[in-house]
Design a protein around this ligand. Structure first.
Ligand code: NAD
Length: 296
Protein backbone atom coordinates (compact mmCIF):
# COMPACT_ATOMS: atom_id res chain seq x y z
CA UNK A 1 0.00 0.00 0.00
CA UNK A 2 1.33 3.41 -0.99
CA UNK A 3 1.44 6.12 1.66
CA UNK A 4 0.56 9.30 -0.23
CA UNK A 5 2.72 12.28 0.67
CA UNK A 6 0.98 15.64 1.12
CA UNK A 7 3.00 18.34 -0.68
CA UNK A 8 2.94 21.43 1.52
CA UNK A 9 2.89 24.41 -0.83
CA UNK A 10 2.44 26.85 2.03
CA UNK A 11 5.73 25.92 3.68
CA UNK A 12 7.58 25.87 0.33
CA UNK A 13 6.13 29.28 -0.57
CA UNK A 14 7.20 30.73 2.80
CA UNK A 15 10.74 29.55 2.07
CA UNK A 16 10.69 31.16 -1.38
CA UNK A 17 9.29 34.44 0.00
CA UNK A 18 12.05 34.45 2.65
CA UNK A 19 14.66 33.93 -0.12
CA UNK A 20 13.13 36.77 -2.16
CA UNK A 21 13.08 39.04 0.92
CA UNK A 22 16.77 38.33 1.63
CA UNK A 23 17.70 38.95 -2.00
CA UNK A 24 15.61 42.14 -2.04
CA UNK A 25 17.62 43.52 0.90
CA UNK A 26 20.82 42.82 -1.04
CA UNK A 27 19.31 44.50 -4.10
CA UNK A 28 18.39 47.58 -2.04
CA UNK A 29 21.87 47.75 -0.55
CA UNK A 30 23.42 47.68 -4.04
CA UNK A 31 21.02 50.01 -5.87
CA UNK A 32 19.59 52.22 -3.13
CA UNK A 33 16.07 51.44 -4.37
CA UNK A 34 13.49 48.72 -3.82
CA UNK A 35 12.07 46.66 -6.70
CA UNK A 36 8.59 47.99 -7.54
CA UNK A 37 5.45 46.08 -8.49
CA UNK A 38 2.39 47.85 -9.85
CA UNK A 39 -0.99 46.11 -10.07
CA UNK A 40 -3.58 47.54 -12.43
CA UNK A 41 -7.18 46.91 -11.54
CA UNK A 42 -9.99 47.77 -13.94
CA UNK A 43 -13.52 47.78 -12.51
CA UNK A 44 -14.72 46.56 -9.13
CA UNK A 45 -14.79 42.76 -9.40
CA UNK A 46 -14.62 41.73 -5.69
CA UNK A 47 -12.45 38.64 -6.33
CA UNK A 48 -9.97 40.75 -8.34
CA UNK A 49 -9.88 43.35 -5.56
CA UNK A 50 -8.96 40.63 -3.04
CA UNK A 51 -6.27 39.14 -5.34
CA UNK A 52 -4.69 42.55 -5.92
CA UNK A 53 -4.77 43.40 -2.22
CA UNK A 54 -3.14 40.07 -1.30
CA UNK A 55 -0.43 40.46 -3.93
CA UNK A 56 0.29 44.00 -2.68
CA UNK A 57 0.57 42.84 0.94
CA UNK A 58 2.85 39.96 -0.02
CA UNK A 59 5.08 42.31 -2.00
CA UNK A 60 5.44 44.72 0.91
CA UNK A 61 6.22 41.84 3.29
CA UNK A 62 9.11 40.84 0.98
CA UNK A 63 10.49 44.40 0.86
CA UNK A 64 9.09 45.15 -2.62
CA UNK A 65 7.46 48.50 -3.17
CA UNK A 66 3.81 48.04 -4.10
CA UNK A 67 1.78 50.41 -6.29
CA UNK A 68 -1.78 50.13 -7.45
CA UNK A 69 -3.58 51.88 -10.29
CA UNK A 70 -7.36 51.59 -10.53
CA UNK A 71 -9.56 52.47 -13.48
CA UNK A 72 -13.36 52.34 -13.56
CA UNK A 73 -15.06 49.51 -15.48
CA UNK A 74 -16.23 52.14 -17.95
CA UNK A 75 -12.66 53.18 -18.86
CA UNK A 76 -11.79 52.71 -22.53
CA UNK A 77 -9.11 50.34 -23.74
CA UNK A 78 -7.20 53.40 -24.98
CA UNK A 79 -7.13 54.80 -21.42
CA UNK A 80 -5.79 51.50 -20.11
CA UNK A 81 -3.13 51.40 -22.85
CA UNK A 82 -2.09 54.96 -21.92
CA UNK A 83 -1.72 53.91 -18.28
CA UNK A 84 0.35 50.87 -19.28
CA UNK A 85 2.62 53.14 -21.38
CA UNK A 86 3.13 55.42 -18.36
CA UNK A 87 4.06 52.45 -16.18
CA UNK A 88 6.43 51.15 -18.85
CA UNK A 89 8.27 54.48 -18.60
CA UNK A 90 8.14 54.70 -14.80
CA UNK A 91 11.59 53.98 -13.36
CA UNK A 92 10.15 52.97 -9.97
CA UNK A 93 8.16 50.15 -11.55
CA UNK A 94 9.92 46.86 -12.36
CA UNK A 95 6.84 44.67 -12.63
CA UNK A 96 3.42 45.44 -14.11
CA UNK A 97 0.51 43.12 -13.64
CA UNK A 98 -2.86 43.82 -15.20
CA UNK A 99 -5.39 41.88 -13.16
CA UNK A 100 -7.61 39.65 -15.32
CA UNK A 101 -10.40 39.38 -16.26
CA UNK A 102 -10.77 42.74 -17.96
CA UNK A 103 -14.17 44.23 -18.83
CA UNK A 104 -15.65 42.67 -21.97
CA UNK A 105 -15.01 45.71 -24.19
CA UNK A 106 -11.24 45.25 -23.79
CA UNK A 107 -9.03 42.77 -25.65
CA UNK A 108 -6.79 41.23 -22.94
CA UNK A 109 -3.95 40.08 -25.23
CA UNK A 110 -3.70 43.55 -26.82
CA UNK A 111 -3.33 45.06 -23.34
CA UNK A 112 -0.81 42.42 -22.21
CA UNK A 113 1.27 42.89 -25.35
CA UNK A 114 1.44 46.63 -24.61
CA UNK A 115 3.36 45.90 -21.39
CA UNK A 116 7.14 46.17 -21.66
CA UNK A 117 8.08 42.44 -21.82
CA UNK A 118 10.88 43.11 -19.32
CA UNK A 119 8.22 44.26 -16.82
CA UNK A 120 5.67 41.54 -17.68
CA UNK A 121 5.86 39.69 -14.35
CA UNK A 122 2.83 37.54 -15.24
CA UNK A 123 4.81 36.18 -18.20
CA UNK A 124 1.86 36.48 -20.61
CA UNK A 125 3.46 38.82 -23.19
CA UNK A 126 3.92 37.08 -26.54
CA UNK A 127 7.70 37.74 -26.34
CA UNK A 128 7.93 35.92 -22.99
CA UNK A 129 5.73 33.10 -24.30
CA UNK A 130 8.03 32.77 -27.32
CA UNK A 131 11.17 32.80 -25.16
CA UNK A 132 9.72 30.08 -22.91
CA UNK A 133 8.86 27.78 -25.83
CA UNK A 134 12.11 28.36 -27.70
CA UNK A 135 14.33 27.38 -24.80
CA UNK A 136 15.20 30.93 -23.72
CA UNK A 137 14.30 30.48 -20.07
CA UNK A 138 17.09 32.80 -19.02
CA UNK A 139 15.43 35.59 -21.02
CA UNK A 140 11.78 34.80 -20.28
CA UNK A 141 9.61 35.85 -17.40
CA UNK A 142 7.68 32.64 -16.79
CA UNK A 143 4.00 32.56 -15.68
CA UNK A 144 3.84 32.29 -11.90
CA UNK A 145 1.45 29.36 -11.35
CA UNK A 146 3.22 26.84 -13.60
CA UNK A 147 6.63 27.94 -12.33
CA UNK A 148 5.41 27.35 -8.76
CA UNK A 149 4.25 23.87 -9.80
CA UNK A 150 7.67 23.14 -11.26
CA UNK A 151 9.42 24.17 -8.04
CA UNK A 152 7.22 21.76 -6.07
CA UNK A 153 8.03 18.96 -8.52
CA UNK A 154 11.77 19.67 -8.44
CA UNK A 155 11.78 19.40 -4.64
CA UNK A 156 10.46 15.86 -4.92
CA UNK A 157 12.37 14.83 -8.03
CA UNK A 158 15.51 16.79 -8.86
CA UNK A 159 15.74 15.11 -12.29
CA UNK A 160 12.49 14.93 -14.28
CA UNK A 161 14.12 13.73 -17.52
CA UNK A 162 12.24 11.00 -19.36
CA UNK A 163 9.19 11.09 -17.12
CA UNK A 164 5.69 10.86 -18.58
CA UNK A 165 4.06 14.16 -17.68
CA UNK A 166 0.40 14.79 -18.41
CA UNK A 167 -0.99 18.31 -18.19
CA UNK A 168 -4.76 18.49 -18.01
CA UNK A 169 -5.98 21.86 -19.36
CA UNK A 170 -4.47 24.04 -22.09
CA UNK A 171 -5.02 27.61 -20.92
CA UNK A 172 -2.41 30.25 -21.71
CA UNK A 173 -2.11 30.95 -17.97
CA UNK A 174 -1.47 27.43 -16.68
CA UNK A 175 -1.69 24.45 -19.05
CA UNK A 176 0.41 25.60 -22.02
CA UNK A 177 3.29 27.19 -20.05
CA UNK A 178 3.30 24.16 -17.73
CA UNK A 179 3.75 21.89 -20.75
CA UNK A 180 6.61 24.10 -22.00
CA UNK A 181 8.37 23.97 -18.62
CA UNK A 182 8.04 20.19 -18.36
CA UNK A 183 9.34 19.83 -21.91
CA UNK A 184 12.34 21.98 -20.95
CA UNK A 185 12.90 19.49 -18.10
CA UNK A 186 13.02 16.71 -20.74
CA UNK A 187 9.73 15.09 -19.75
CA UNK A 188 7.58 13.37 -22.36
CA UNK A 189 4.62 15.72 -22.27
CA UNK A 190 0.97 15.05 -23.14
CA UNK A 191 -1.39 18.02 -23.15
CA UNK A 192 -4.97 16.89 -22.48
CA UNK A 193 -7.95 19.19 -23.05
CA UNK A 194 -11.70 19.39 -23.53
CA UNK A 195 -11.55 17.78 -26.99
CA UNK A 196 -9.20 14.95 -25.99
CA UNK A 197 -10.47 11.38 -26.27
CA UNK A 198 -10.13 8.66 -23.60
CA UNK A 199 -9.00 11.11 -20.92
CA UNK A 200 -8.79 8.52 -18.10
CA UNK A 201 -6.47 6.35 -20.24
CA UNK A 202 -4.25 9.32 -21.09
CA UNK A 203 -4.01 10.27 -17.41
CA UNK A 204 -3.14 6.69 -16.35
CA UNK A 205 0.19 7.08 -18.20
CA UNK A 206 1.27 9.98 -16.01
CA UNK A 207 4.26 9.75 -13.68
CA UNK A 208 3.55 13.46 -13.18
CA UNK A 209 0.03 14.82 -13.46
CA UNK A 210 -0.73 18.55 -13.40
CA UNK A 211 -4.47 19.17 -13.27
CA UNK A 212 -5.67 22.64 -14.32
CA UNK A 213 -9.14 22.09 -15.64
CA UNK A 214 -11.31 24.10 -13.24
CA UNK A 215 -13.76 21.24 -12.55
CA UNK A 216 -14.32 20.01 -9.01
CA UNK A 217 -12.78 16.56 -8.39
CA UNK A 218 -12.77 15.81 -12.13
CA UNK A 219 -9.85 13.34 -11.86
CA UNK A 220 -10.95 10.12 -10.13
CA UNK A 221 -8.78 7.75 -8.11
CA UNK A 222 -8.78 5.02 -10.77
CA UNK A 223 -7.37 7.45 -13.38
CA UNK A 224 -4.16 7.76 -11.37
CA UNK A 225 -1.06 5.64 -11.99
CA UNK A 226 0.16 4.14 -8.70
CA UNK A 227 2.97 6.29 -7.31
CA UNK A 228 2.24 9.29 -9.57
CA UNK A 229 3.03 12.79 -8.34
CA UNK A 230 0.01 15.05 -8.67
CA UNK A 231 -0.02 18.83 -8.72
CA UNK A 232 -3.60 20.04 -8.39
CA UNK A 233 -3.96 23.61 -9.66
CA UNK A 234 -7.76 23.72 -9.60
CA UNK A 235 -9.64 25.95 -7.19
CA UNK A 236 -13.34 25.12 -7.16
CA UNK A 237 -15.92 26.29 -4.64
CA UNK A 238 -18.53 23.63 -3.86
CA UNK A 239 -21.45 23.36 -1.43
CA UNK A 240 -20.53 21.83 1.95
CA UNK A 241 -24.04 21.62 3.50
CA UNK A 242 -25.87 23.96 5.88
CA UNK A 243 -25.43 26.83 3.42
CA UNK A 244 -21.65 26.61 3.72
CA UNK A 245 -19.10 26.13 0.96
CA UNK A 246 -15.54 24.83 0.68
CA UNK A 247 -12.71 24.77 -1.83
CA UNK A 248 -11.73 21.59 -3.64
CA UNK A 249 -9.26 20.87 -6.41
CA UNK A 250 -9.57 19.26 -9.82
CA UNK A 251 -8.55 15.88 -8.35
CA UNK A 252 -10.64 13.76 -5.96
CA UNK A 253 -8.14 14.16 -3.11
CA UNK A 254 -9.57 11.41 -0.86
CA UNK A 255 -9.60 8.90 -3.74
CA UNK A 256 -5.97 9.71 -4.56
CA UNK A 257 -4.84 8.60 -1.09
CA UNK A 258 -3.05 5.26 -1.21
CA UNK A 259 -2.64 5.50 -5.01
CA UNK A 260 -0.71 8.71 -5.75
CA UNK A 261 2.87 8.96 -4.49
CA UNK A 262 2.33 12.59 -3.57
CA UNK A 263 -0.33 15.25 -4.08
CA UNK A 264 -0.84 18.94 -3.38
CA UNK A 265 -3.86 19.79 -1.23
CA UNK A 266 -6.42 22.49 -2.11
CA UNK A 267 -6.12 24.93 -0.47
CA UNK A 268 -2.49 25.04 0.70
CA UNK A 269 -0.80 23.63 -2.40
CA UNK A 270 -0.24 25.59 -5.57
CA UNK A 271 -2.05 28.79 -4.50
CA UNK A 272 0.63 30.15 -2.12
CA UNK A 273 3.35 29.30 -4.67
CA UNK A 274 1.73 31.53 -7.28
CA UNK A 275 2.11 34.71 -5.21
CA UNK A 276 5.64 33.75 -4.09
CA UNK A 277 6.64 33.31 -7.76
CA UNK A 278 5.17 36.72 -8.61
CA UNK A 279 7.52 38.27 -6.05
CA UNK A 280 10.41 36.26 -7.48
CA UNK A 281 9.58 37.46 -11.00
CA UNK A 282 9.46 41.07 -9.80
CA UNK A 283 12.90 40.82 -8.25
CA UNK A 284 14.22 39.01 -11.34
CA UNK A 285 12.78 41.73 -13.60
CA UNK A 286 14.37 44.43 -11.42
CA UNK A 287 17.79 42.73 -11.63
CA UNK A 288 17.60 42.13 -15.39
CA UNK A 289 16.53 45.72 -16.12
CA UNK A 290 19.68 46.91 -14.35
CA UNK A 291 21.77 44.19 -15.99
CA UNK A 292 22.62 42.91 -12.52
CA UNK A 293 23.46 39.34 -11.79
CA UNK A 294 20.27 37.80 -10.42
CA UNK A 295 20.50 38.00 -6.65
CA UNK A 296 18.16 35.02 -6.18
P1 NAD B 1 -9.39 27.76 -18.03
O1 NAD B 1 -10.86 27.68 -17.85
O2 NAD B 1 -8.81 28.90 -18.78
O3 NAD B 1 -8.87 26.45 -18.74
C1 NAD B 1 -9.38 25.18 -18.41
C2 NAD B 1 -8.82 24.17 -19.37
O4 NAD B 1 -9.39 22.91 -19.05
C3 NAD B 1 -9.13 24.44 -20.83
O5 NAD B 1 -7.93 24.41 -21.56
C4 NAD B 1 -10.02 23.30 -21.29
O6 NAD B 1 -9.62 22.75 -22.56
C5 NAD B 1 -9.81 22.25 -20.22
N1 NAD B 1 -11.07 21.55 -19.98
C6 NAD B 1 -12.26 22.08 -19.63
N2 NAD B 1 -13.17 21.10 -19.48
C7 NAD B 1 -12.55 19.95 -19.75
C8 NAD B 1 -12.96 18.57 -19.77
N3 NAD B 1 -14.21 18.22 -19.48
N4 NAD B 1 -12.04 17.64 -20.06
C9 NAD B 1 -10.75 17.99 -20.35
N5 NAD B 1 -10.32 19.26 -20.34
C10 NAD B 1 -11.20 20.22 -20.06
O7 NAD B 1 -8.77 27.67 -16.58
P2 NAD B 1 -7.32 28.06 -15.97
O8 NAD B 1 -7.19 29.52 -15.89
O9 NAD B 1 -6.25 27.27 -16.65
O10 NAD B 1 -7.51 27.51 -14.49
C11 NAD B 1 -7.75 26.14 -14.23
C12 NAD B 1 -8.04 25.97 -12.75
O11 NAD B 1 -6.90 26.38 -12.02
C13 NAD B 1 -9.20 26.82 -12.23
O12 NAD B 1 -9.85 26.09 -11.21
C14 NAD B 1 -8.50 28.03 -11.64
O13 NAD B 1 -9.26 28.63 -10.61
C15 NAD B 1 -7.25 27.41 -11.10
N6 NAD B 1 -6.12 28.32 -10.99
C16 NAD B 1 -5.43 28.31 -9.83
C17 NAD B 1 -4.33 29.11 -9.67
C18 NAD B 1 -3.57 29.05 -8.40
O14 NAD B 1 -2.79 29.93 -8.10
N7 NAD B 1 -3.74 28.00 -7.60
C19 NAD B 1 -3.92 29.96 -10.71
C20 NAD B 1 -4.62 29.93 -11.92
C21 NAD B 1 -5.71 29.09 -12.05
Amino acid sequence: MIVTQRIDGKVRAERLVADVAAATSKFKAETGAAPGLCAVLVGDNPASQIYVRNKGRAAVAAGIESFQETLPATASEAELLRLVAELNADERVDGILVQLPLPKHMEPQRVIDAIDPKKDVDGFHVQNVGALWSGGLDRALVPCTPYGCLLLLRDLMPDLAGMEAVVLGRSNIVGKPMAALLLAENCTVTLVHSRSRSIPDLLRRADILVAAVGRAEFVRGDWIKPGAVIIDVGINRVAAGEGKSKLVGDVAFAEAQGIAGAITPVPGGVGPMTIACLLRNTLLAACRRRRMESVL
